[in-house]
Write a protein that binds this ligand. Structure first.
Ligand code: IVH
Length: 676
């Protein structure tokens, strides 16, 4: 999907959410149930996590705390709940400390003591205690005004309801984080994008009984209003919190000097996968309350604290297992099943290991502690193994020499182009004999670029396969719809729809038919080339009989690799059976002939460099539609060399020597009477 489409889809979801919010909060007439509401929120957050270019002020990621709700009364915080400014590296910390020392008018040698507290990625809350009794609990809201969520907070076991300690202030706002442990999130992962969302969603339930069902935790770390307190330092306050009966973070430390802050940071970042809740950085607070008072606040955040954030696109986890996935062409792709970790708001539990060579090169083993990266649209992958954490009895991973699905030998092929053995190991069985490959082949058959059968997605292929309803592509056209109608999740209408979409696709273009067979090295472009040359489906089937495959070598773009693959395909009896039955069932339309008398007739073209706003394939087809011919090298036979961005120098120079016309993309468009 291109950027515009992704953005459009994203904004549509945002708009939908705005409308749902309006009905829920302002009109008190919810349009959907909580599950559906959470689902759309989750979709928005996942899209944002996947694509950096998506932003909206209306996004749930931008709205801090809860949206003021009719369900909860709004109450002013006696002391505002501020946010923290961020630091990302050592340089930021050095600058931060310098500023503090300057502000305090101290010498540069002045040593500052910090309370370093792992920053829990949850939802903050302020708990007011009066004479030791939990009187009221507020959400952060906009920092000045929160929502009265006392009844929901009461359901949390970690929140003491009565404190008898003599030294407990007569009135105090205890502040801290509400969160959910990773193991508890496991049960909620279908409803929420990450543990933070799950905690937030649970806290905002209208009915406290619903909040009670979710094992929320509370860790205390600061205070808001307090009428009288003799404590002088943050670390002392934390110890007191614990004495009074609050949970505190077991990884809090008192540290002096930036170097030591950095050591602690690296250690915690490396070990954060062993902590059973999400942390997204470390909060440093000037330990002395006197200094905190002198430092005061800047705008919305205190000058006396800063959050040292962890990288938002990688994290540390442990490999639980290595799974081997088998693709349509038999490629064995190893996938690391990792202990789930939250990377930038997305919970990751799989990381690709690419291929056998990658595992050998990085010596990746089951039980290894690894750094996982998830950036943009790229599938999460492993960057490195923490060898210091490797157990003594750890064993090298042995890549399967037999296909885990069908037991056939696995092989590494010799690549004719690179003149090297492939990095990928493959199942040697041909197509449908291997169960996993067969399923993937059928998924390819129904996919968008192939038969594009509406409503026949990957899940349905798997489901029908498990029920033994499909084994080969032609089975799709002989389904027992009566039986499907009786199956779970199906009804009269959905079956009628499916039946209609299948029926509709019996009429198919020749190129799509070739592509859908999933022959290795025959992608959509090659399928098009072959269909144009062979013209009719009969000729395709006859390729096997008449040993005519070699003739396809004359097609520009088809090489030895494709020919060998086609030969292998036609040697297999199941493949022949598939092609023959499909030909009987389907109406395969002949390839559309290009006009012979178009404006580019008798002219030859070649492209070099990247074109703007048009793919190479589309550009080629545009030439062919207008009766031009594409050639693959610069020779006297070439009439026009069309150059895009970064053209191959050698090609341009040869063209100049041979006095061949060189056209920029815009000039070529003019030739076609098009404007770019
Ligand atoms: S101190 C103004 N201490 O981080 C002081 N905050 O961006 C802010 N947080 O809203 C509170 N762990 O949700 C503090 N040990 C900790 C914290 C912590 C997590 C969160 C809290 C706050 C946000 C600040």
């Amino acid at each position: 999907m291109d950027k515009t489409k992704i953005k459009k889809n994203y904004l549509k979801k945002i708009q939908k959410l705005v409308n749902l919010n309006k009905h829920y909060y302002d009109l008190s007439k919810p349009l959907v149930d909580d599950k559906e509401y959470d689902q759309i929120k989750k979709e928005i957050l996942l899209l944002e996590a996947k694509h950096d270019f998506l932003h909206s002020e209306e996004s749930p990621s931008k709205k801090v705390g809860f949206k003021p709700s009719k369900n909860f009364k709004k109450v002013q915080h006696k002391v505002p709940m501020l946010s923290l400014s961020n630091a990302f590296d050592e340089k930021d910390l050095i600058n931060y400390e310098k500023k503090i020392i300057n502000f305090l008018n101290e010498k540069s040698s002045y040593e500052i003591e910090y309370s370093a507290e792992p920053k829990i990625d949850g939802i903050s809350a302020s708990l007011t205690y009066k004479r030791g009794e939990f009187a009221m609990g507020l959400s952060r809201g906009d920092g000045k005004e929160g929502e009265d969520i006392t009844q929901n907070l009461r359901t949390i076991n970690d929140i003491p309801k009565n404190i008898l300690a003599k030294d407990f202030p007569t009135e105090i706002d205890i502040r801290g984080e509400i969160f959910i442990q990773n193991k508890d999130f496991e049960k909620l992962k279908d409803k929420f994008a990450n543990p933070r969302n799950a905690a937030s969603g649970s806290l905002r339930q209208k009915n406290p009984d619903d909040t009670k069902k979710i094992p929320l935790k509370f860790i205390a770390y600061t205070y808001g209003y307090v009428n009288e307190m003799k404590i002088k330092k943050q670390d002392e306050y934390l110890r007191k919190l614990s004495e009074w009966g609050f949970k505190i973070n077991p990884f809090n430390k008192t540290i002096k000097g930036i170097k030591n802050l950095m050591i602690n940071y690296s250690e915690i970042e490396k070990n954060r996968n062993e902590i059973n809740f999400d942390i997204d950085g470390i909060v440093y607070k000037i330990n002395s309350f006197d200094l905190q008072k002198r430092l005061g606040n800047v705008a919305n955040s205190p000058r006396w604290a800063i959050a040292h954030k962890f990288s938002a696109n990688n994290g540390v986890s442990t490999i639980l297992n290595i799974d081997i996935q088998i693709g349509r062409t038999g490629a064995l792709t190893p996938v690391a099943k990792i202990k789930p970790i939250n990377i930038g708001g997305v919970v990751v539990s799989n990381a690709t290991l690419h291929n056998e060579d990658e595992i050998i090169r990085k010596d990746i083993r089951v039980s290894d502690v690894v750094v996982v990266e998830r950036a943009g649209d790229v599938i999460p992958h492993i960057i490195e193994v923490d060898l210091k954490k490797r157990k003594k009895d750890s064993q090298k991973y042995v890549f399967p020499t037999k296909c885990p699905s069908c037991g056939s030998e696995t092989i590494k092929e010799y690549n004719l182009t690179t003149k090297k053995k492939d990095a990928v190991r493959r199942c040697s069985s041909e197509g449908y004999d291997c169960e996993k490959m067969a399923i993937e082949k059928i998924k390819h058959f129904v996919s968008k670029e192939a038969f594009n059968i509406d409503g026949f997605g990957k899940k349905i292929v798997e489901n029908f396969w498990d029920l033994k309803m499909i084994r080969l592509p032609q089975d799709i056209f002989n389904l027992d719809f009566k039986k499907i109608e009786e199956m779970d999740g199906w009804g009269k209408q959905s079956v009628a729809n499916l039946r209609y979409s299948i029926e509709e696709k019996k009429n198919i273009s020749f190129e799509r038919f070739i592509y859908s067979l999933g022959i290795r090295h025959i992608g959509f472009e090659n399928a098009k080339l072959i269909s144009k040359t062979l013209k009719k489906a009969e000729n395709f089937i006859n390729l096997s009989k008449d040993k005519k495959i070699n003739e396809l070598l004359n097609i520009d773009g088809i090489g030895e690799t494709q020919i060998n693959s086609l030969k292998k395909f036609f040697l297999n009896q199941t493949n022949l059976k598939v092609v023959n039955s499909l030909q009987k069932i389907l109406k395969i339309n002949n390839a559309i002939e290009n006009k012979k008398d178009g404006i580019l007739s008798n002219k030859t073209f070649m492209f070099t460099g990247k074109l703007q706003g048009i793919s190479r394939a589309e550009a080629k087809s545009l030439i062919e539609k207008n009766s031009g011919t594409i050639v693959s090298n610069v020779s006297k036979k070439l009439d026009y060399l069309i150059i895009g961005e970064k053209p191959t120098k050698r090609k341009v120079e040869t063209a100049k020597e041979l006095k061949i016309k060189i056209l920029k993309q815009a000039e070529w468009f003019n030739l076609l009477n098009k404007t770019s």
